[in-house]
Design a protein around this ligand. Structure first.
Ligand code: NAD
Ligand code: TYD
Length: 351
């Protein structure tokens, strides 16, 4: 079959990437979706079991830090578009080991950009490099205000510094080589298939197993939560309709302090598990604060809403309920991830 586009999605076996790959494979049968992922601890091909045999889907195990891997996927699949999600994504890990964040998030992104310049021909009429980034590049808000696309960068963790650096390189390639780019900066995502090191799946797993729920500091830090499928739909919308060389902020208009969010999760879990109301809350345990913990993130999503007519479909009430139900109904996924046995899946399926 002749595909109308050959889209390389990096990090497609991860949390957000797998939702985006599924959406694109199902919605656009005339596009070939090439999922390029090295399968770190965060990459899990079981996330894509339902579409793994689709005729417009290919998985390639490859590393954005290895130029030869990138060059061979470009050549083999005639890549003409990239949606770049591959990254180290967990702030706590970046505090323990910043270097891997520089290697993957900065050097890996520059490797991809170099390959675009090398393999695509100026004026790049049929090409787009779409970079998926985070609102954390803007730093930390006080009690008021929202991040807009004009907010100055002020990253404060090794993770956000590495994402900010990658955003700068993407814009520098647009300016210097006229590479057509798009960037989006999104708030915190939640939903099925998120690795249980992040707050929401970690708490769901711990409530289920009656383990302590570690709340950093006083639990008063604020995050703006968006359902992952809404993020994938926003990326689809920006990829197709967004203005070239521009940036879009994506957010849920849904701010929660960590402690109220965890209490809400406890309430939903008590209900789902038929536990006495209030029993899960007893697991809440205040622990030492994260080093340099950003106080508040909140997105002004006015640009994407007015320009592209995107708004989230999922309310937090329905999103959190379906997320909890998903983790409870997919025990084998959760247990596999916690035990590490999910890493056998690649061996079984692809080797
Ligand atoms: P994730 O950690 O769940 O997945 C990352 C994926 O990238 C994994 O499949 C991993 O195997 C792959 N990967 C890592 N290093 C690689 C390499 N060197 N080569 C190829 N693949 C590699 O991350 P996520 O939460 O799905 O985030 C995806 C992207 O979205 C990241 O760029 C992140 O910065 C951004 N983002 C995440 C959030 C969020 O709340 N999770 C919010 C905004 C933006
Ligand atoms: P996280 O899910 O790691 O996302 P991010 O740091 O990118 O926002 O954390 C969300 C919030 O929850 C953040 O303020 C840190 C806090 N947190 C805890 O209080 N306890 C935990 O065990 C974790 C993982 C996070």
């Amino acid at each position: 079959m002749n595909f109308t586009k050959n889209i390389l999605i990096t990090g497609g076996a991860g949390f957000i990437g797998s939702h985006l790959v599924r959406l694109m494979v199902n919605k656009y049968p005339d596009y070939r979706i090439i999922n390029f992922d090295v399968l770190t601890y965060a990459g899990n091909l079981e996330n894509l079991r339902d579409i793994q045999d689709a005729s417009n889907y290919v998985f390639v195990k490859g590393d954005i830090c290895t130029v030869d891997d990138i060059e061979s996927v470009f050549k083999e699949y005639h890549i003409d578009h990239i949606i770049h999600l591959a990254a180290e994504s967990h702030v706590d890990r970046s505090i323990e080991n910043p270097n891997i964040f520089v290697e993957t998030n900065v050097i890996g992104t520059v490797n991809l950009l170099n390959s675009c310049i090398k393999n695509w021909k100026a004026p790049f009429n049929d090409n787009i490099f779409y970079h998926v980034s985070t609102d954390e590049v803007y730093g930390s808000l006080g009690d008021t205000g929202l991040f807009t696309e004009e907010t100055s960068y002020d990253p404060k963790s090794p993770y956000s510094a590495s994402k900010a650096a990658s955003d700068h390189f993407v814009r520098a390639f647009a300016n210097t080589y006229k590479l057509p780019i798009k960037i989006s900066n999104c708030s915190n995502n939640y939903g099925p298939n998120q690795f249980p090191e992040k707050l929401i799946p970690l708490c769901i797993n711990n409530i289920k197993n009656n383990k302590p729920l570690p709340i950093y500091g006083k639990g008063l830090n604020i995050r703006d939560w968006l359902y992952v499928v809404d993020h994938a739909e926003a990326i689809d919308c920006i990829f197709h309709e967004g203005i070239l060389n521009s940036t879009y902020n994506i957010g849920g208009l849904n701010e929660w302090t960590n402690i109220s969010l965890v209490k809400e999760l406890c309430r939903v879990m008590d209900h789902e598990l038929n536990r006495e109301t209030g029993s899960s809350e007893k697991l809440i345990t205040y622990v030492e604060d994260r080093k340099g913990h950003d106080m508040r993130y909140a997105i002004d999503a006015n640009k994407i809403t007015t320009e592209l007519n995107w708004t989230p479909d999922e309310t937090f009430e329905t999103g959190i309920q379906s997320t909890v139900k998903w983790y409870l109904n997919n025990e084998s996924w959760l247990n596999g991830v916690v035990s590490g046995s999910y890493q056998d899946y690649y061996q079984k399926m692809y080797q």
